[in-house]
Design a protein around this ligand. Structure first.
Ligand code: GLN
Ligand code: ZN
Length: 774
């Protein structure tokens, strides 16, 4: 049987982020809907043709989205919350973008803010946004109510199929499966489990399948990544019910059930028992499941093998993959070769990265290159390996060079990371003893005030950075500009009466990139954008080799800032787990090993800051929670090495040096023991909007160290009043001993404007003063 090639989804932002430009121009009123839709159609057409030309036999449609595929699904089934004032009928662009971004006056998602909240204002707030499984992509969370009515409200899936057909390409349309859609949504009715809505939802899906069949589709891809999560009996029952119904919807139409982001594990039997015609499995995250899948699958089940990593940027070892797949093909199985998941999570085209070091470039494959890899492997299976010998040899050579290159291998780093000495991850004394010496040294008032690190990245700051990057202004002028910004900010903090100051982070482009650029083992791209949400894209650093810190990274800036004030100046670093979780990580060693190397590099920086006289050092672990594995059973292992890495960074200093950490989210209940195990002296967290309720987790755990629960919601331009923040401090003091509390905003202030920040911080200081005298 001929082996074919499929892709499950392709990057949609465009090779030059054309979609971003078109969206933002439309949102700002500079261009009309027709212009936006024309750009979108152009990008779709380009992507279909590109994939076909690269050798994909099965090309997806409806993987494109103007904002998000989960939002598209909500629109498809008419799950539009009442606040958007939608009256039924097709969901138009205005309603769609109101759900995505909030309508006039409501809260709008913005940089540095990946969730949404209802703020005062006239309009409707954006729907909530959250991470798509364990990727750095964010989807809009569908909302359901008891008695929810569904109706086909968008024909996008059918329209885009027809659009491709008109272009001469018979695509395989993609739908988010009904079970994943419901499970990833949330119920707006207290006590109501939205899974009860499945019977009401299925007729809409059946209707879409019928229309797709009528339009000429022969296969439809239905994504049910929920199959790699821990499921309960009710979930499994839903899957059985859903697919029993859906395979009946349109006779002759075949369903490819796609699972990805992990192994099926204990859901394998459930998946194999579903009456679908094809099953896609992720063999990158879970290579071990191949045998069980093949052994358990009906002989006629088409197997789509996800053998190329859709989440990372490394060239694959094609011959090794062929060795594993060949026996399955020889056994007479009907096999499709595919990426592990949609290529949405990879950058588009490596060929544009002409400035990248050629040796490193030769190790990489982006979306375009990955489709070509699949096509080469299919040819090898169909015609014999000699037909693509040079491609296979080149792939093997790249893999071999990665194994041995001195660029990747740094024996000193490896030796250091291999040390098992437990004292490397332990402070010299326990917290109570450290606290005594830190208090004596810092002599801070009760309810000490501080900020999380960054101050407004104003248009002037961004322009100066861009001009410096372009060479329009030289190093000396740029340096002077940053010093002036820093000095102004330090002086203002003194005037505002803050107790522990920060330098403001004006010199940093990004909290991970800034460090990655100074560490060895990291590479940066020019155009390798990946969608984070909507029009927002990120360019994650590539960690390709052993990580070392050739020289101090932040000490000079800290020294300068401290020279301007007698108050303690915080050193400000990004932690190893966050650096790891926001990068493309090498796949030739466990993530834990890479994290440990970064930990030692940051540890050296912590020690150097201490040597320079720094008494308070903050190590941000904004993304620690984001790295949690999808399966609960794997959490502890992750948390153990993540916490150990943090502790390595923090444990090189004396008791009198106060280590802070910061996390910008508000779910701690289920990881509180690990947060405690980090053994930071002070942790600042996001709490302003939850009315301090999440401190209950810290209280019942009897968290011993100090805590700065955010009292200022930095996601809103609003200036909180003194009384409001004082009330939050009272609420905090009702939950934890007052002498454990710090006073700070929820997160860094880089996305805010000075006219908001100055009064808000003044009020915050006043609230702390009120708490001291209360
Ligand atoms: N120190 C960083 C800042 O203040 C922390 C940002 C974050 O937690 N996302 O911007
Ligand atoms: Zn934060």
């Amino acid at each position: 049987m001929t082996v074919t090639v499929a892709t499950l989804g392709f990057p949609r932002i465009g090779p030059r982020r054309e979609l971003k430009t078109a969206l933002e121009s439309h949102w700002s009123g500079k261009s009309d809907a027709a212009a936006l839709l024309a750009t979108a159609a152009g990008l779709r057409g380009q992507a279909w043709a590109r994939q076909r030309d690269l050798g994909a036999d099965i090309v997806p449609s409806n993987d494109f989205s103007l904002y998000d595929q989960m939002l598209d699904t909500s629109a498809m089934v008419g799950a539009v919350p009442a606040i958007y004032g939608w009256k039924g009928g097709p969901v138009g662009l205005a309603t769609y973008f109101a759900m995505a971004r909030g309508s006039q006056g409501g809260h709008v998602h913005h940089e540095g803010c990946t969730h949404s909240h209802a703020h005062e204002g006239e309009g409707a707030p954006a729907a909530e946004m959250t991470k798509w499984f364990d990727t750095n992509y964010h989807y809009l969370v569908p909302e359901f109510t008891e008695g929810q009515h569904f109706a086909l409200s968008s024909t996008k899936a059918i329209d885009e199929f027809l659009e491709a057909k008109a272009q001469g390409i018979l695509t395989r349309p993609v739908l988010i499966g009904p079970v994943t859609f419901l499970k990833l949504g949330k119920s707006r009715t207290e006590g109501f489990d939205q899974r009860a809505l499945l019977p009401a939802l299925l007729p809409i899906y059946a209707g879409v399948l019928k229309r797709l069949a009528a339009a000429g589709a022969d296969w439809v891809q239905i994504d049910e990544p929920c199959l790699v999560l821990d499921l309960d009996d009710r979930d499994r029952e839903m899957l059985r019910l859903a697919y029993a119904e859906l395979v009946k919807a349109a006779p002759g139409l075949k369903l490819m059930l796609a699972t990805y982001f992990g192994g099926l594990g204990d859901n394998l039997a459930t998946a194999l028992a579903l009456p679908v015609q094809g099953l896609h499995v992720d063999l990158v995250r879970a290579p071990e499941q191949l045998d069980a899948v093949v052994a358990g699958a009906r002989p006629d089940l088409v197997l789509s093998l996800g053998v190329i990593d859709g989440r990372n940027i490394w060239k694959a070892d094609l011959s090794a993959i062929l060795d594993r797949v060949e026996p399955v093909v020889k056994a007479g199985r009907n096999v499709i070769l595919a990426p592990s998941c949609s290529l949405l999570h990879t950058p588009i085209d490596l060929d544009r990265e002409t400035a990248l070091d050629p040796e490193i470039r030769d190790w990489l494959a982006f979306a375009v290159q990955k489709v070509a890899e699949l096509a080469a492997m299919a040819r090898a299976l169909n015609e014999g390996r000699d037909a693509v010998r040079s491609t296979l040899d080149a792939a093997s050579a790249a893999v071999a060079s990665r194994r041995t290159s001195p660029r990747i291998n740094n024996p000193a780093v490896q030796k250091r990371a291999a040390q098992k000495d437990a004292t490397l991850a332990r402070r010299k004394s326990a917290f109570a003893a450290r606290r005594r010496v830190q208090r004596a040294r810092l002599n801070l008032p009760a309810y000490p005030t501080t900020t999380i690190g960054s101050f407004p990245q104003t248009p002037e700051v961004r322009k100066a950075r861009a001009d410096h990057d372009k060479g329009v202004i030289g190093d000396v002028a740029y340096e002077q500009f940053l010093r002036d910004e820093t000095a102004r900010t330090v002086q203002w903090q003194e005037e505002a009466g803050l107790d522990v100051l920060v330098h403001g982070e004006f010199e940093r482009n990004d909290m991970v990139q800034y460090f990655g650029e100074q560490l060895s083992g990291f590479a940066f791209t020019k155009y390798a954008w990946v969608q984070s949400y909507g029009s927002r894209c990120v360019r994650p650093p590539i960690i390709f080799g052993d990580v070392a810190r050739p020289q101090p990274m932040t000490v000079a800036w800290w020294e300068y800032a401290q020279s301007l004030t007698a108050k303690p100046m915080k050193g400000m670093l990004t932690g190893p787990v966050t650096i790891l979780n926001w990068s493309f990580v090498r796949d030739d060693q466990p993530r834990s090993a890479t994290c440990r190397q970064i930990a030692f590099a940051i540890r050296d920086e912590v020690v150097d800051l201490e040597k320079a006289g720094c008494a308070v050092i903050q190590i941000d672990e904004a993304a620690l929670r984001e790295g949690l594995p999808l399966r609960r059973g794997e959490w502890q292992h992750y948390l153990d090495w993540a916490v150990e890495s943090f502790r390595i960074t923090a444990s090189g200093v004396a008791d009198a040096t106060q280590i802070h950490t910061h996390m910008c989210y508000s779910e701690f209940n289920d990881i509180i023991a690990s947060i405690g195990a980090m053994d930071a002296d002070v942790i600042s967290i996001e709490t302003a909007r939850s009315q301090m309720e999440l401190l209950d987790a810290f209280a019942s755990y009897r968290y011993p160290a100090e805590i700065g629960p955010g009292v200022y919601d930095i996601h809103s331009p609003r200036v909180p009043a003194v009384g409001e923040m004082a009330a939050l401090l009272t609420a905090a003091a009702n939950r934890l001993p007052a002498d454990q509390l710090w006073v700070n905003p929820d997160c860094g202030l880089k996305t805010r404007k000075w006219p908001e920040v100055k009064p808000a911080i003044a009020n915050m200081v006043a609230a702390a003063q009120a708490a001291r005298t209360a």
